[in-house]
Design a protein around this ligand. Sequence first.
Ligand code: AMP
Length: 361
Amino acid sequence: MAEFPLVPGSTIGILGGGQLGRMLALAAARLGFDVVIQDPEEGSPAGRVSARQIVAAYDDRWALKRLAEACDVVTYEFENVPADTVSELAALGAMVSPGAKALAAAQDRVVEKSFLAEIGVPTVAFAPVHDSESLAAALAKIGAPSLLKTRREGYDGKGQAWIQKAADAEASFDKIGRQAAILEAPADFGRELSVIAARGRDGEIACYPVAENHHEGGVLRRTVAPAKITQATRDQAEKIAAKILTALDYVGVIGVELFELSDGKLLVNEFAPRVHNTGHWTQDGCEVDQFEQHIRAVAGWPLGPTAPHHHVEMTNLLGADVDAWKKLAAEPETRVHLYGKGEARAGRKMGHVNRLRPLRD
Ligand code: AMP
């Protein structure tokens, strides 16, 4: 078992080789760590900036053995890492952070919302659905309109169907493939906010300023941060993040998505046990960004300061948006972050830009 804090020269494993893994790997390299990526795709965005990539499926036991042997700590860049992968790594003596509890809660919307209710964090009303009978019972409890979402593997608005009136319920259930689901009451929100926070191995917690997020077609398009919010809203967001982190005995960065209701109350939509797209603004807006913060946390280092030094508007470059790189690179207030992905398929996250302005504008 590794000893914490990890000394520079130690090796950090990352499950997943996408853009989040890439930005984590770059941050880790800056602190003197070597990174090993495991991803089934050869030459992944993260693999290309890391010391090594193990090209293998996440349930490949031989590959996991090599990863466990090579690394002092293993983390991940996506929440759908199979639970068996984490238990296999643990059985091989590897330390995986964040731990299995956080993953289990984040992988299943019913488990997630039940956990939040248990620890006193507000969410919309919800009920589990797995067949026509439970769908009818859920509708009787939640009413319509309401939102039916698959329990697992939904992201960017996928696997969701609105039920406008009770008579549409079966058709909506068909639309999501009659998979195990959750029925949610509609959140009457004015804004979507998020809070990125971190917890260190010693239990220290650090929160970034709250961000305001704008989605298009279920996909994050733009984040504006720090969001214009009251001190009371900020306090609520920080309290929510701290409750979740502490209850999960969490180590690393978490992204908590929030609905802001008209009366100022915050509800948690969901949390991601990893660095988060709505935290990309911290790269150019805060003293220590979310990627370095995550590496610091899993390595057992002290957390870094999260204070903002610029106001940032982060815009995702989706698909062909990335073709504007030359024009964007010429804008003096714009920081360009590209993920090194080959094919700019429609909607694919190819990069993002952070546009800066002075904090006090
Ligand atoms: P999710 O996949 O849970 O992040 O949901 C994707 C988007 O759907 C969110 O960013 C919201 O805009 C919207 N949404 C999700 N849940 C609800 C809800 N209960 N009520 C209203 N809108 C929702």
